[in-house]
Design a protein around this ligand. Sequence first.
Ligand SMILES: [Zn+2]
Length: 176
Amino acid sequence: MSENRQYDKYNIYEECIPRSLTRSLITMGEYEFLYESSLEHYTAEAFTLRCFDDRFWKAFKNFLKQKGMKHIDPESVAGGVKILATPEKESDRDFMLRDIEKSIRLHHTKKIMLFPHHACGAYGGFEAFGNDREEEFCRHKEEHQRAHEVIKNHPGFQNLTIESYFIDEKGVRRMM
Ligand SMILES: [Zn+2]
């Protein structure tokens, strides 16, 4: 009850007193960490989509670094490209396509880079491919063919370059 009253009081302040005065009433909190970030606008060299599996995060990061890439729009969801190729829900795919649209609109993205990986839990792990590396690679390649088609068929995406790279414990291989 008393909390509600306090909230009402705050709203009254918002309405009745000048903005400059309202501002001084708002607590913005203390910094827990100091780190300078550039506010400069950037053009994304690629929109990247990978699985959130942390084991391959460093390989992914260093691969892009080795390519000299500085600005990307990174997405990581369980299974990575699965959200485009064989999503659990159709709305999941729509969400990702909308994110690509935003990346293009805000950061003029012209390239999509997709990163599947070895032993992905979202695909049932290595066991789902009978513990066979070739089978795993081929099945992921089929999945990527589907994803490339989904992207290419989406309005406004025809001119995007799409690349797929497979990550395992040894490094990164071009897939498509
Ligand atoms: Zn995964």
